[in-house]
Design a protein around this ligand. Structure first.
Ligand SMILES: [Zn+2]
Length: 100
């Protein structure tokens, strides 16, 4: 495994899945995983939420972030970017500077 410190995995969008009479956002298992960099501590705002998260975080429409490759992402996963994940975005792998 090559989990990259100071990053978190992110995907562009979520899917809405009907569950128990409601509709839950769910991250597709196949979605491309992008890398976002954590800024220096102290973490505030969305970064503090991501650092403490155990579930994916979905940002408000206007609060997306650019992934390392320049893709606009709005769904943040509570785990580091993994360059060996088969779904890892190749441009992000290059951009965070770690090859498999
Ligand atoms: Zn990417």
């Amino acid at each position: 495994m090559a989990k990259i410190l100071n990053t978190f995995a992110a995907v562009e969008r979520y899917e809405l899945v009907r569950a128990g009479g409601g509709v839950d956002p769910e991250v597709s298992a196949e979605a491309v995983r992008h890398a976002c960099r954590m800024p220096e501590e102290p973490w505030t705002g969305i970064y503090a939420k991501i650092a403490d998260a155990t579930q994916p975080i979905i940002a408000e429409k206007s609060h997306g972030l650019f992934a390392a490759c320049g893709t606009w992402v709005r769904v943040y996963l509570p785990q580091p970017f993994d360059s060996e994940d088969s779904r890892a975005c190749p441009q992000c792998v290059d951009a965070v500077g770690v090859k498999g």
